[in-house]
Design a protein around this ligand. Structure first.
Ligand SMILES: *[C@@H]1O[C@H](CO)[C@@H](O)[C@H](O)[C@H]1NC(C)=O
Ligand SMILES: *[C@@H]1O[C@H](CO)[C@@H](O)[C@H](O)[C@H]1NC(C)=O
Ligand SMILES: *[C@@H]1O[C@H](CO)[C@@H](O)[C@H](O)[C@H]1NC(C)=O
Ligand SMILES: *[C@@H]1O[C@H](CO)[C@@H](O)[C@H](O)[C@H]1NC(C)=O
Ligand SMILES: *[C@@H]1O[C@H](CO)[C@@H](O)[C@H](O)[C@H]1NC(C)=O
Ligand SMILES: *[C@@H]1O[C@H](CO)[C@@H](O)[C@H](O)[C@H]1NC(C)=O
Ligand SMILES: *[C@@H]1O[C@H](CO)[C@@H](O)[C@H](O)[C@H]1NC(C)=O
Length: 460
């Protein structure tokens, strides 16, 4: 706590005149004027029509989207999200020296990052996300913004240049989002000094090919990491097994290599595990499976091998299991067919053998999708896929499935996509199925083509 003050020393000189102009006035009327200047800067924004009017001192505290520390006092919060505001961040904001919360997200703001915000030294929450702000962030941003800043959300803008290392000066930061911008260069190692960080979103930037800094090892309070499509290379960041609070891990669409460390499956709070679209290899080894909070596992489009860990079949909250386009083999655990929350099971383009879990659908009220194409599956189509009446799509082309289409699937009124070509299915195409032709059944049963040409023509 003492350090930030010293670091702030230089800034204080700059800040003082502003205190004298607006603060010393201590008249809330001064703040009303500032609010009106904000309104004007945005072309007398209709959403702020109620701002203004009567000259009663302190009346501005009752204006919409404004909050004060006390009635007629100083403005502490401005919630100006989604008001169709157009223009730059108004300089007048900087005069609101007691501001702790500023939300101008989801507007049409343009121009650069405003250093006027440096004057709001008490700022704790700053949300600039979903705007058209651009240019480079000032190099001194981490020294300029108030040391109490805990949330800095700049997601979805057009900021470019490199991420300023000085951001590491914002030691109170718990939430930092720079995702969906045009940042280039590499991710500064200094961000690893933000020891209180819980949420770190850097996804969708045009970084140079690089690694996640080793210093991120120290971010042990992280609950959410989102670095999708950041041009990252190197081994899976194995230090993440030492982040016990982790709930969301999204490393998707990079070029990570190496193995998924066994310890990942021991993170008790982990809910989302997205590592799809990398170059990960090896088996999914599990030592102590205790990631029982998982709701989604997506490791598709890698080069993973081996079997599906038995532990996956115990995940009561698992809604998505996506393993497609890898080199998995072995049998699909029967327990997968009993997952009570399963909605989507994507297994295609692997080397799975054995049968589809026979009970699939019977215990999963939300099951809508099963993809099993391009495997080495045998046996019959599970009879209960549509038992709970939600099921939408089954594709299992190019396997060695036999038997016939189970009646419960044939009469499934929600089914809109069924693709089973290149199997060894037999039997009749149930009448009910043909009724569904008009309901958009696409890629219909190539296997029956020889037998049912005339009937199929009705479908086209
Ligand atoms: C920032 O604003 C956006 C859009 O209004 C919102 O979705 C997001 O949750 C906010 N960020 C934080 C950290 O509150
Ligand atoms: C920062 O937060 C501390 C603790 O809540 C508070 O005492 C201090 O006044 C705040 N600093 C500023 C500049 O608001
Ligand atoms: C960054 O954005 C600004 C403003 O949009 C633009 O003028 C500048 O050329 C951009 N710089 C880079 C390196 O893209
Ligand atoms: C983690 O933090 C410690 C203490 O600040 C530091 O000595 C160490 O170098 C940091 N680790 C990495 C990998 O940067
Ligand atoms: C994976 O590696 C192959 C060959 O080394 C490369 O061609 C491919 O682009 C890589 N894929 C990803 C997603 O990095
Ligand atoms: C999958 O694994 C098998 C056995 O290890 C190997 O022969 C094959 O080349 C692998 N296929 C791919 C696409 O990597
Ligand atoms: C669908 O078929 C199953 C199994 O034959 C049967 O139990 C169920 O009553 C049928 N439902 C409808 C709506 O026809």
């Amino acid at each position: 706590m003492a350090t930030p003050r010293r670091a702030c020393g230089g800034l204080l000189v700059l800040v003082l005149p502003c205190f004298l102009l607006h603060g010393a006035a201590a008249q809330p009327a001064g703040e009303a004027q500032l609010l009106l200047r904000i309104k004007r800067a945005w072309g007398d924004l209709p959403a702020l029509a109620a701002w203004g009017g009567g000259a009663v001192a302190g009346a501005h505290c009752a204006w919409p989207y404004v909050r004060c520390d006390e009635p007629g006092g100083r403005v502490t919060e401005l919630d100006l999200a989604s008001l169709d505001a157009r223009g730059p961040i108004p300089d007048a904001v900087g005069g609101l020296s007691s501001l702790t919360r500023l939300d101008v997200s989801n507007n049409y703001l343009v121009g650069g990052f405003s250093t006027a915000l440096y004057r709001c030294a008490s700022l704790r929450y700053l949300n600039l996300s979903q705007n058209y702000l651009g240019g480079e962030l000032p190099a001194d941003i981490g020294h300029g913004l108030g040391k109490n800043l805990t949330v800095l959300d700049m997601d979805g803008n057009e900021f470019n240049g490199t991420i300023p290392p000085s951001l590491s000066g914002l030691r109170s930061l718990r939430y930092l989002s720079l995702s969906s911008n045009h940042f280039a260069g590499t991710i500064p190692a200094e961000l690893g000094e933000l020891a209180n960080l819980q949420t770190l979103y850097l996804a969708y930037n045009m970084f140079d090919t690089g690694r996640l800094p080793a210093s991120f090892e120290n971010l042990t309070k992280l609950t959410a990491v989102w670095v999708e499509q950041c041009n990252l290379v190197g081994d899976f960041p194995s230090y993440m097994v030492g982040m016990p609070e982790l709930q969301i891990l999204d490393l998707a669409r990079n070029a990570f290599t190496g193995r998924i460390p066994a310890g990942i499956w021991s993170l008790k709070k982990l809910k989302l595990m997205y590592v799809y679209g990398n170059n990960l290899t090896g088996d999914m080894v599990v030592d102590d499976f205790s990631a029982m909070s998982l709701t989604a596992i997506d490791v598709s489009e890698n080069k993973l091998t081996g079997i599906i860990p038995e532990g996956f079949g115990l995940l009561e909250n698992l809604r998505l299991l996506s393993l497609f386009r890898n080199n998995f083999s072995g049998e699909i655990p029967v327990s997968i067919g009993r997952l009570p929350s399963l909605e989507r099971l994507r297994l295609h383009s692997n080397r799975f053998s054995g049968t589809l879990p026979p009970e699939l659908g019977k215990h999963s009220p939300g099951l809508i999708l099963v993809e099993a194409d391009d495997n080495e599956l045998v046996g019959t189509i599970p009879e209960g896929l549509c038992d709970k009446g939600q099921f939408l799509s089954l594709t299992a082309s190019r396997n060695r499935l036999d038997g016939s289409i189970p009646p419960g699937l044939a009469n499934c009124s929600t089914l809109s996509y069924l693709k089973l070509d290149d199997n060894q299915l037999s039997g009749k195409v149930p009448e009910r199925s043909f009724d569904l032709c008009s309901y958009r059944i696409i890629g219909w049963l190539g296997v029956f083509r020889r037998r049912c040409t005339s009937t199929l023509r009705r479908c086209t």
